[in-house]
Design a protein around this ligand. Structure first.
Ligand code: F6R
Length: 248
C-alpha cells in the first residue's frame, strides 16, 4: 500500500486529484470507478479546475460509480447520480453515455445488479477505483458483517451509516434505508485503488483498514490483499496510525 499523509483536507484532495489526473493523462481511455460522499468533493473540484485550465480531458473516459440510494430519482438532489452530475460530469467533457451509476429506481433490482456487474466485466474492471471510507469501515456500501458480498447487491444500510448520512437530508426519516452497491469483487477487480479519508471521525476506520484484522467486520481491511492501493489521508484521519507509530 502506498500511503500519502497530507496536512489537511485541501492537500488530501489535491493529492488524490493528482493520482486520478495521472491515470487520465497516462491512459485517456481508462475506466474510472468513482465515489460520492463529502470526502471526494475537493478532489473533483481540482479535476474540474484542471480540465478548465486545459490540462485534462475526460472525452475518452468511461466511469462506473460505486453505489446509489434505492428509491431516489436521478434528479433528487441527494441521489448519487445528481452528485456526480453536479460535482464532476456537468463540468467536464465526459460523454454522458459513458457514465454509469446504478439505477436507484430499477423495477427489477436483482436484474439491475446482474447487469451492473456484467457492464463492469465488459469494461475489464476499473483501471482506477476511487473509494471513500465509512466511519464503520464500509467501502461502497459494503457494510460490516460476517461475510463479504462479491457481486453488486441491494444493501440494508447500517444504522450508523443512516445516522452519518442524515446530515444531507431534511430529517433522518428521509434517508433511504437501502442502496445498490458494487460488491467487493468489482472493487478488488480494479487494477488500482485510491482510498481517500479526511477528519478525526475516520481515524478508527483508517487504522482498522491499515492495521486491524483483515475481515468483513472492517470491509476496508480487504484492500490489504489488493496489490496496488494508494491511501491518501489527512493528518486527522491518520491520527490513530500516527499514534501507533506508523509514519509514511
Ligand atoms: C460513496 C460511498 C461511501 C462513502 C463513505 C464515506 O459513494 O461509497 O462508501 O465513501 O460513506 O462518505 P463521506 O465521504 O461522506 O464521509
Amino acid at each position: 500500500m502506498q500511503i500519502f499523509r497530507e496536512k489537511d483536507y485541501d492537500a488530501m484532495s489535491r493529492r488524490a486529484a493528482q493520482v486520478i489526473a495521472a491515470e487520465v493523462v497516462h491512459n485517456p481511455a481508462c475506466v474510472l470507478g468513482l465515489a460520492t460522499g463529502s470526502t471526494p468533493v475537493g478532489t473533483y473540484k481540482y479535476l474540474v479546475d484542471w480540465y478548465k485550465a486545459g490540462m485534462l480531458s475526460f472525452k475518452g473516459i468511461r466511469s462506473v460509480n460505486l453505489d446509489e440510494y434505492k428509491g431516489l430519482t436521478p434528479d433528487h438532489d441527494q441521489s448519487y447520480r445528481y452528485f456526480m452530475q453536479s460535482n464532476l460530469f456537468d463540468h467536464v467533457d465526459i460523454v454522458p453515455e459513458n457514465t454509469r451509476v446504478p439505477d436507484g429506481l430499477a423495477a427489477d433490482p436483482a436484474r439491475e445488479c446482474a447487469e451492473y456487474d456484467a457492464y463492469i466485466r465488459s469494461l475489464g474492471y476499473a483501471d482506477l477505483q476511487l473509494l471513500g471510507i465509512g466511519r464503520n469501515g464500509h467501502i461502497g456500501f459494503n457494510e460490516p458483517g460476517d461475510h463479504f458480498v462479491q457481486e453488486t447487491h441491494v444493501v440494508d444500510l447500517a444504522e450508523s451509516t443512516i445516522e452519518a448520512n442524515s446530515r444531507f437530508f431534511a430529517t433522518r426519516d428521509d434517508v433511504p434505508k437501502q442502496a445498490f452497491s458494487m460488491g467487493i469483487g468489482a472493487i478488488m477487480g480494479a487494477k488500482r485503488v485510491l482510498l481517500v479519508a479526511s477528519g478525526e471521525d475516520k481515524a478508527d476506520a483508517v487504522y482498522n483498514t491499515v492495521c486491524g484484522p483483515i475481515g468483513p467486520q472492517c470491509p476496508g481491511s480487504i484492500l490489504r490483499l489488493h496489490p496496488n492501493v494508494v491511501l491518501v489521508a489527512d493528518e486527522a484521519a491518520f491520527s490513530r496510525l500516527t499514534a501507533a507509530g506508523v509514519n509514511p
